[in-house]
Ligand binder design. Structure first.
Ligand code: FAD
Length: 273
């Protein structure tokens, strides 16, 4: 029988980002809490037992979605529902809005945040795959100030990222992108991507990113000199996806097969937009 309640923890609700960073940096056993839709289940199963929780969920200004050059800057606390509903996101980067719309169920979309999803780095999460394909930038603040990390190098493995203790994701900067598509094989219980493939086509490059197969999203970037057929790209995938994850729902081999099928669909859909 799994425990259904978290272990005891201390709860802090800072009033500013700097105060939150100070609390997180002070103790290696401290975790930020945003929407709680990944952290709380882990705590109930006692797979995470932080001694201090820093509730960043109501920090002012971190949920803003705003113009950023010709792209869009999305605050870390923007919920999946608000990304899906944003006119700005729909206009400048429609694939991100449709991705948000396809996450989990209504309750998850109303509570879960884009910053939480990126920081948590679940191999089955949708945003890591899509923001990596978009060439987005993750904005991070910590005790040493602010830095920006390219999304395609932010994710380093299963549930691991470039974030250091005390650092918070504060926003993600997404370039305007029209020719793009994301397709996933949804887990029937949760909606998580068993496998998800994003494809972004720009005049100077095409980026295909596969999520859900290995620990972190895998990027295949093609420049104008490369003009392979869709079949040739898909044939290359098994080699790029070595070390595929297996679980009770899907074997590694099945995940690679799904990636090949979904990659064809994603490339065709992106070219057709
Ligand atoms: P939290 O649970 O609050 O935090 C998660 C982790 O990130 C914690 O370690 C926390 O310390 C850290 N963290 C949070 N915010 C920050 C920040 N700004 N900076 C640094 N660290 C931070 N996801 C999908 O992508 N696709 C799905 O289809 C999907 N289906 C789901 C179905 C169910 C039933 C559930 C419960 C979840 C599902 N999710 C899915 C996950 C959901 O999107 C989560 O909301 C998301 O992964 C985490 O966001 P959160 O705001 O809830 O983070």
């Amino acid at each position: 029988m799994y425990p259904q309640r978290p272990a005891a923890f201390e709860y802090k609700r800072p009033a500013s980002v700097d105060e939150a960073i100070g609390l997180l940096a002070a103790n290696g056993d401290t975790r930020a809490l945003a929407g709680g839709h990944s952290l709380l289940p882990l705590m109930k199963l006692r797979l995470a037992e932080p001694s201090v929780i820093v509730d960043i969920g109501r920090l002012p200004g971190l949920d803003v979605i705003e113009v950023d050059g010709d792209g869009v800057r999305i605050g870390a606390l923007a919920t999946h529902a608000s990304v899906a509903a944003s006119e700005l996101v729909r206009e400048r980067c429609p694939v991100l809005a449709t991705t948000a719309e396809g996450i989990g169920d209504r309750q998850v979309r109303n509570r879960g945040t884009i910053g939480g999803s990126l920081a948590h780095a679940d191999p089955g999460a949708d945003y890591p795959t899509v923001v990596s394909a978009l060439g987005a930038t993750v904005v991070v603040r910590g005790p040493n100030g602010e830095l920006e990390i390219a999304a395609d190098s932010f994710f380093t493995g299963v549930f691991t990222t470039e974030l250091a203790q005390g650092e918070l994701v504060t926003a993600v900067r997404v370039p305007a992108t029209q020719k793009a598509a994301y397709v996933k094989h949804r887990h029937p219980a949760s909606g998580y991507a068993v496998v998800g493939v994003a494809c972004v086509v720009r005049p100077d490059e095409a980026r295909i990113v596969v999520g859900g197969v290995t620990g972190s999203p895998v990027l295949i970037a093609l420049s104008p000199g490369d003009e392979p057929t869709i079949e040739a790209v898909v044939d290359e995938l098994p080699a790029a996806l070595s070390g595929a994850l297996s679980d009770t729902y899907a074997s590694g081999g099945y995940r690679v097969h799904l990636a090949q099928v979904l990659a064809k669909r994603a490339i065709r859909a992106a070219l057709a937009t």
